[in-house]
Structures are given as C-alpha cells and as structure tokens.
Design a protein around this ligand. Sequence first.
Ligand SMILES: Nc1ncnc2c1ncn2[C@@H]1O[C@H](COP(=O)(O)OP(=O)(O)O)[C@@H](O)[C@H]1O
Ligand SMILES: [Mg+2]
Length: 287
Amino acid sequence: MRLLKRDRDHGGLSCIVLGGTGAGKTTFMLSAVALPLLETREILFWRDSEFCQWTFLPLNRVKLLLSPFYEYEWIDKDTGETVNVDDYVRNSYCYTLEDFYEKAEPNVLNVVYTDYAGWFNFISSVLLMRRDVRWVSLFMDEVEKFVPANVEGNRWRMNLEFANALAEFRKNFISFYCAAQDYGDVDYRVTNKLNFKVYLRNARVPKAHSMVYPQVPRHLNMGEAVIEGMGEFTKHTFTKLQHQLNLLVRIKPLLAGNGLAESYAADAAMEELENEAGEASVNAGAS
Ligand SMILES: Nc1ncnc2c1ncn2[C@@H]1O[C@H](COP(=O)(O)OP(=O)(O)O)[C@@H](O)[C@H]1O
Ligand SMILES: [Mg+2]
C-alpha cells in the first residue's frame, strides 16, 4: 500500500483521511496503516482522546505513555465502573518530554496522552531534534480539533507553528497520518503540506486541491478508500476491527501552571511558546 512505503531519499510521507462520522477514518488509520507498521521496527505515536481508540487493537500491541501531571480515570462504558488499566495494558509515566520518546517501543502503538503544549513541544524539541534516523509515524485522529481552520489570534499562530514543524517532518523521517471529517475544517497551512489524501465513503473532495471527481466517494462502499497523491489515485480496501475493551477515560490536570499540565486552553499554551521564544532571543543577545 502506498502509505506504507518508506524511502530514505524521499523521507517521511503525510496524509489526511477524509470522511464523515462513521465513515471509517479511525478504523482506516488503525487497520490499514498502524497494524502493518506494527510489524516493522518503526516507532508509532498515536494521539488519543477520551474515546480510547487504541482499544481497537490487540491489547498486547498497545503501550500507554501517560503524563504525571494528570489524573486518568478509566471507565468501563458498559458498567460505568472504574477500571484499573494496569490489568489490561502496559503503561508508563513520562516525566520529561524526552521520556515520551525513550519509553516508546517498536511493535506496539505508543498512545500518548498530553495536551497541545505537550504535543507541540514533544514534536519540536524531541522528534525534530533526534540524533537517530529511526522511522517514526505520528497519528492524529480528529486533527480538526488540534489545528482547526478559521481561528484567530493565538490559535492562528499556534497552527502556523505546527504547520512549520510539519514542514520539517519529511527530512526527519517522520510520517504523519491524520484524519478529519472535512478538508475545510483543518487549517489550510497544515493541509497544504500533506502529500496524500484518503477519501472514504461520501467524503467531500476539495475540488481546488484534488484530481479526483467529487462524485467518486459517493460510490465507495464501507471499507473502501481512494488514496490520492503524487499525481495518481488508487483504490484500497480495509477491514473492520473489534473493540477489545469498552473504555473511556476522564483526564484531570493535577497541577495548574506546570508546563505539561497547562490544560487544553490554547492561550496558556501560546503564552508558553512566546516565553520560550523571548528567552531564546535574550540568550542569543547575551552570547
Ligand atoms: N471496513 C469496514 N467494514 C465494516 N465496518 C466497518 C469498516 N470500517 C469501520 N467499520 C465500522 O464503522 C463504524 C465507524 O468506524 P470508525 O472508524 O469509528 O469511523 P469514523 O472514525 O470515521 O467515525 C465502526 O463501528 C466500525 O467498526
Ligand atoms: Mg473516528
């Protein structure tokens, strides 16, 4: 499959999976992309939400990377009871951003639970600064929540910073797989940088950015995808996965004002970026 090809000369690849709710976006990323990559030595990072999408994989193929600045309450969706996640899946607390990389392993999906600032800093100061040349894949489901279109002020700048980081992925051997309901829901500075688009059933084709006829996704069945990129498009099928656990997680910040624990509040995260930039220029001025 084209999204699994690895070529040192070309570097990492990037794609966005498109389709409405229930079209199979999460399943496509896990079943067609993550599962085959689990058989390689590549390091896979998955950004999860309270929905615990990792429960779609065999539990021995998952490792949770947790932040000590949060309290995680795992809840069985059927009974409403609290679950001890240690009984089901391996997990590690990561005390520094470097820990997220050091504690990640090949052959498992490394599920990262951190906030925007945590992700952004992990990408920019760890993944893009690595000394090794291992292949890394980053999965961001519901990416429209991470870098939404049509935002202003700090959020606008944060999206730009992320788009700039994304431009560095290819030569750092990082592949990026994300999913959204609609192309237009994601900041254009991010979508502009992606090499591939995957259309699932009834996905809207962004006409100005695609050579696929808009009616094509309407003729797809569940489990069929059209992959467009590098001047061609191909059809691919993917299979359904079974939930291994029926879980959700409630995540509460334990400490306010800590770098990693800075809630999902965008402004707080941006303030941090600005302080860092300020410090960097002060340091540069002093030397
Ligand atoms: N290839 C497939 N064949 C049949 N059912 C599928 C397939 N892929 C996904 N599904 C089912 O469709 C539903 C929605 O899938 P999901 O991946 O959660 O969609 P999305 O992330 O786009 O909302 C799930 O119940 C899933 O099991
Ligand atoms: Mg989904």
